[in-house]
Write a protein of this length. Structure first.
Length: 318
């Protein structure tokens, strides 16, 4: 029963704007005699009172809540990417693709594991045939992950700081990568400096998988669509073959994570030196028309393979 309760946790992403209000936490820290309180409008003061009763007194450390200052800060930062993946996408998307491409056993790495939904939904026929490794940045979520999957090798840290992830060792990286317009500093891999977090995760994952190994991951559509990232796609293409990509509807994560966002599932196979079937046309971005005759720019792969778009092109994809 306790494990079922823990497994229902979906992170802070869907409630970030409601919970982590900087103006409210400043008043909570400094009191209602502070400049921050007197600078609030009556409407904002009313909002603070509701927040204090509903959120602050339960969670915020300055009001005696259950989170420590460190846990609050970690939870606030994790909210940028705490949008966990639906069962349907995991089972019929990520794992189905891995199995179809021949994955039968070996080392599996989930570098943005959350509470382990992807690890927990591993196909029954693979049970006992894999070594599971998970990395999770948020301390609260990572602690839950350890309790839910005691047999997995779990590290509660950032992917860039994880230990023991030697190059060419994993057979499969499977994940919903974090995405956003911010960078990861990895002193061991300075070549990835300046890369958005989702592109960093692809590069590091391709380091970790063995030649012939698979990276099956959900990512922001900007991995494929960004006009300035053609060089990054070129770099990734030098290390791996694109086996295929699926563009998901922007509602794919609405029920489970409370967010609407355009995402892709990318399947990459690390090069072995042999010529393997793969897709070469995924470096360029090209214009196309939406059903309402508006022009958008998307990756050439989706223009050449419109059947891989689960939905319709719209300006929401730009």
């Amino acid at each position: 029963t306790e494990r079922r309760i823990l497994a229902q946790y979906t992170g802070w992403g869907a409630v970030t704007e409601e919970v982590f209000k900087t103006d409210y936490t400043r008043v909570a820290d400094r009191g209602e005699s502070s400049w921050y309180w007197h600078n609030m409008t009556d409407k904002e003061k009313a909002g603070y009172a509701k927040w204090k009763k509903r959120v602050g007194e339960k969670l915020y450390p300055g009001l005696g809540g259950i989170l420590t200052e460190e846990e609050w800060a970690a939870a606030r930062e994790s909210g940028l990417n705490a949008h966990f993946t639906s069962r349907e996408v995991i089972e019929h998307g990520l794992w189905a693709l891995a199995r179809r491409l021949g994955f039968e056993s070996g080392t599996v790495l989930e570098p943005a594991a959350g509470v382990g939904h992807i690890l927990g939904l591993i196909p029954e026929e693979l049970s006992g045939r894999v070594r599971m490794m998970g990395v999770e940045l948020d301390n609260i979520t990572g602690t839950m992950l350890k309790q839910l999957y005691p047999d997995a090798e779990v590290q509660v840290t950032g992917f860039e700081d994880a230990r023991g992830l030697a190059d060419n060792t994993a057979d499969l990286v499977i994940s919903n990568f974090p995405f956003g317009k911010y960078e990861i500093f990895d002193k061991q891999h300075p070549d990835y400096s300046g890369w958005s977090i989702h592109n960093y995760f692809f590069a590091r994952s391709l380091d970790v998988v063995r030649p012939g190994g698979l990276v099956v991951a959900i990512t922001s559509h900007w991995t494929m669509d960004a006009t300035t990232n053609g060089e990054i796609r070129k770099y990734l293409a030098q290390k791996a073959d694109l086996i295929g990509a699926i563009r998901l509807p922007n509602t794919a994560f609405e029920d489970n994570a409370g967010t609407e966002v355009v995402t892709d599932i990318l399947v990459l196979r690390k090069k072995t030196g042999e010529i393997l079937p793969g897709i070469d046309e995924w470096r360029l971005v090209m214009p196309t028309k939406t059903e309402k005759d508006k022009e958008v720019s998307i990756n050439e792969y989706f223009i050449r393979h419109p059947e891989m778009i689960l939905g319709k092109n719209s300006t929401a994809a730009t």
